[in-house]
Design a binder for this molecule. Structure first.
Ligand SMILES: [Fe+2]
Length: 380
């Protein structure tokens, strides 16, 4: 096996995940699990997901089981702090016993933080960073409708600090949900574009975990399988959304990619993607996708062995080629200039990316500010 010896050098890692229910139709178990926590279920989602028949069906299933249900369905992408505050306020007035997040990463992240704010009256800003949360929130059940961020199994939420045009992360085991209910049928109606960019996010989690400075064997296994699944299922799910096998494969890949984040996490691609999301509102998966090949070329001299293993898992000789050809196939091969970024913005973005040391420190090759600028120029 290639270059895993670093993992035996005394490195100690932690791993954790919510209780998991996975499979086609798994959502039918929601009410049984929600009932366990009390009689008032508060469902958090976004307007697109809330308009789907499956959302009404979930609501009915909770009500039929005797639960009182209230909803908050105004979650926006890259959720601003005021959305989380709003959601928490409504949930608290309702007296939620259990929070149910249904949606993509944004809805799930809002549910996680609102759950904490329901029990602890603290400013959101005081929780930014690692292990700054005051305690666990009300019990939480998460059902992803994208594949994805893997947010259903991570102890991470990413919010938009609009005053500073920044995306900022809250990382704490208090954010781990009580249940993740992963039902690939909930992804069957996801349109091709978000299917593509959320899937490229999963691929980025896998690659950044496997080539991480702090890689460990348990997580390597998840990361490699996630990369293999994305290579075999993503294009199929994009080109035919009703392909159940491909949707299942991607839901599993997303889950496995999410499982990489607590113990190992991501690296320079995600760090450099933060300013693209915070200031220019480039969707997270697109931002990762357009940076990924350039960061991989930058890292290659120090991570060649590991890239070779990923290439093999994806059915290619060369890992960058594997990523670029998949990205072209699913339509995420974009450039930064397509999103209103001008060349003169790049130096400030490089400076902003340097702030994300919690991820940059994981990169196999040290990234300086001039390095970040050079990578942005190549991706521009
Ligand atoms: Fe991500």
């Amino acid at each position: 096996m290639m270059n895993t010896m670093g993992a035996f050098d005394g490195r100690v890692f932690g791993f954790g995940m919510p209780r998991l229910v996975m499979g086609m139709g798994a959502r039918q178990q929601l009410a049984d699990h929600a009932k366990w926590f009390g009689s008032k279920a508060f469902v958090v989602s976004d307007p697109g997901v809330a308009a789907q028949p499956s959302f009404a069906e979930l609501r009915r299933s909770l009500e039929s089981a005797g639960l009182q249900v209230a909803t908050y369905t105004d979650v926006l992408p890259d959720p601003p702090l005021r959305i989380v505050q709003d959601c928490a306020r409504v949930a608290r007035a309702f007296g939620a016993d259990v929070m149910v997040g249904v949606g993509g990463g944004s809805a799930l992240d809002v549910a996680k933080i609102a759950a904490i704010l329901n029990r602890h009256d603290v400013p959101i800003e005081s929780m930014f960073g690692t292990d700054q949360t005051p305690g666990r929130g009300v019990p939480t059940i998460l059902l992803p409708t994208t594949a994805g961020t893997g947010s259903e199994v991570t102890p991470i939420a990413v919010l938009s600090d609009e005053d500073h045009e920044l995306k900022r992360g809250i990382v704490s085991d208090h954010l781990l949900a009580d249940y993740a209910i992963v039902d690939p049928e909930l992804c069957l109606t996801l349109p091709p574009a978000p299917t593509a960019y959320t899937g490229m996010d999963t691929l980025t989690h896998a690659i950044e975990a496997y080539t991480n400075k702090f890689a460990v064997p348990l997580i390597d296994a998840f990361a490699l399988e996630a990369a293999r699944l994305v290579a075999s299922c993503l294009a199929r799910a994009v080109h035919d959304g009703r392909d159940r096998e491909a949707r299942y494969g991607m839901a599993l890949a997303s889950l496995l990619g999410g499982l990489c984040l607590k113990s190992v996490n991501t690296a320079a691609v995600h760090a450099l993607a933060y300013p693209l999301g915070g200031r220019f509102h480039v969707p997270h998966g697109v931002a990762n996708s357009l940076l990924l090949p350039h960061v991989m070329r930058f890292n290659a001299p120090l991570a060649a062995d590991r890239y070779a293993v990923i290439a093999e898992a994806m059915g290619y000789e060369d890992c960058v080629e594997a990523v670029e050809s998949l990205s072209a196939d699913v339509g995420t091969d974009k450039r930064m200039r397509e999103f209103g970024v001008e060349q003169q913005h790049l130096p400030e973005m490089a400076k902003a990316a340097m702030e994300v040391q919690r991820l940059l420190k994981n990169n196999p090759r040290e990234v300086t500010e001039p390095d970040a600028l050079a990578i942005y120029e190549r991706a521009w």
